[in-house]
Ligand binder design. Structure first.
Ligand SMILES: [Zn+2]
Length: 312
């Protein structure tokens, strides 16, 4: 079977594997995302070398490397820009991997890689156009049009989390003000927990799940938690309805850590979208669950190489 070396480069950890043409994910390696570049590159190199040193039966050596990554990938797919949690800002990672492993290497934004994986193999397989919205630490988005991620003129399309929800509102991690991500991104929600709820459970930090749990209780902390979630819900609902009206997708995949910790949000988003959009938008619209995990990113990154699943 043909194979590709695939990676999911995240702000706290990275996951690498050999992906085969039957969508198999083999020899998974985890690498913590450290802040210093050199140790990080050494760990990445070692993880990939470990994978290729022990190919599963029936798998040919990899034809390419494909990585889904946080941050913005310039149009040439060679490096990563604006990835504050990865020690690779501006680094020519594709050149590095080609030198180390002797195969062509492609980088793809992880929101797009997720959407492509969901489109190829997930519950939304074949539904085109497909919108994938991931409420994680930030808000990831991928739009599949004609079987491929839509990139925009400068490979920067889709950053709806950085459009305005509240004019001149809360500061967003990107430096802008009042963006959706500053209200319904996971980092923003937990920061509100820290600021408005006092110390987290057992003296620790707040998570979205812990805030949702606190909101179900009684008393002043519960009321404050409900207020935080009400703001986040209003933002998330408006964001998805706006995106659906703009793009008229056939299906929407919703996922990410915010929804894992606070699963009630998903049904509220669906109800809101059906109420707030025109029948042309919502009549045939399907909401489908995400596959979860990072296999979708690995499949999408593999597809981006053009060597597996689909033409790149
Ligand atoms: Zn922003």
């Amino acid at each position: 079977m043909r194979t590709v070396l695939a990676g999911d480069l995240g702000g706290t950890k990275c996951r690498f594997a050999l992906v085969s043409e039957d969508y198999g994910v083999h020899r998974v390696q985890h690498v913590p995302t450290v802040r210093e570049r050199e140790p990080f590159l050494r760990s990445l190199e070692q993880a990939l070398a470990t994978i290729v040193a022990d190919l599963p039966p029936g798998c040919e050596p990899p034809l390419a490397c494909g990585f889904g990554t946080a941050g913005v990938v310039p149009r040439d797919g060679r490096s990563i820009d604006r990835a504050p949690n990865l020690p690779l800002d501006g680094f020519p990672l594709a050149d590095f991997c080609e030198r180390q492993f002797g195969v062509p290497t492609t980088l793809l934004n992880d929101g797009r890689a997720s959407a492509w994986g969901e489109f190829l193999r997930g519950h939304a397989a074949g539904l085109d156009p497909l919108l994938c919205l991931l409420f994680g630490t930030g808000i990831g988005i991928g739009l599949i049009v004609d079987g491929k991620p839509f990139a925009g003129g400068n490979n920067a399309a889709g950053e709806i989390g950085h459009t305005t929800f509240v004019p001149d509102g809360r500061l967003c991690p990107c430096g802008g003000k009042g963006h959706f991500e500053a209200y319904c991104g996971g980092r923003a929600i937990t920061e509100q927990g820290e600021a408005r709820l006092g110390p987290g459970p057992n003296g620790g930090r707040w998570t979205v799940g812990a805030i949702a749990k606190a909101a179900a209780g009684a008393g002043s902390t519960a009321a404050a938690a409900r207020a935080i979630l009400a703001e986040a819900e209003a933002a998330a609902c408006a964001l998805v309805a706006n995106a659906c009206t703009l793009l008229n997708p056939r299906a929407v995949v919703l996922g990410g850590g915010v929804l894992s910790g606070w699963p009630e949000l998903e049904a509220r988003i669906v109800t809101h979208v059906r109420a707030a959009t025109s029948p042309m938008i919502h009549r045939d619209l399907r909401f489908v669950p995400t596959l979860g995990g990072s296999d979708a990113i690995l499949w999408g990154a593999s597809a981006a190489t053009g060597k597996l699943f689909a033409a790149g």
